[in-house]
Design a protein around this ligand. Structure first.
Ligand SMILES: [Zn+2]
Length: 135
């Protein structure tokens, strides 16, 4: 197994009320020339957690950190005008926290970050590092 040092939270950068499937993300990432979905877990609008890339495999979600991290994405991140916004539903907030708690259980040495802690991006449109500091 890879040495997981970071768990990195993302948003799909899609409008708040739009559902996105794993297959859709997979096709976006294939069109970038990647081997498929770059995230390991996807949190749907209703809070359902779907598997993306196998955790054993390095992801494709954060330049410079892919080999040492797990990528988690929630669906949303843009308001109706297409501007960055924390659009997480109540269900997504609950599921995302539960997922992070269980990942931290499995990889106790890993620390939780938002994509924006490593790149000049708004993603995931909230301060993940602060919000999950207690995990
Ligand atoms: Zn991101």
């Amino acid at each position: 197994m890879r040495n997981i040092r970071e768990i990195i939270v993302h948003c799909t950068a899609t409008k708040f009320n739009r559902e996105v499937t794993v297959a859709e993300i997979d096709s976006w990432h294939k069109s970038l020339g990647w081997k498929g979905i770059g995230y390991h877990y996807v949190v749907m609008l209703d809070g359902k957690i779907c598997a993306g890339r196998q955790v054993e495999e390095a992801g494709a979600h954060c330049i410079g950190h892919n080999s040492s991290s797990i990528g988690v994405v929630y669906v949303g991140g843009l308001d109706g005008m297409g501007q960055p916004k924390d659009t997480r539903t109540r269900e997504q907030k609950v599921s995302l926290r539960n997922l992070l708690v269980s990942l931290k259980d499995r990889y106790p040495q890993a620390r939780i970050f938002g994509h924006r802690d490593f790149a000049a991006k708004a993603c995931p449109c909230f301060n993940a590092k602060a919000e999950y500091a207690d995990i």
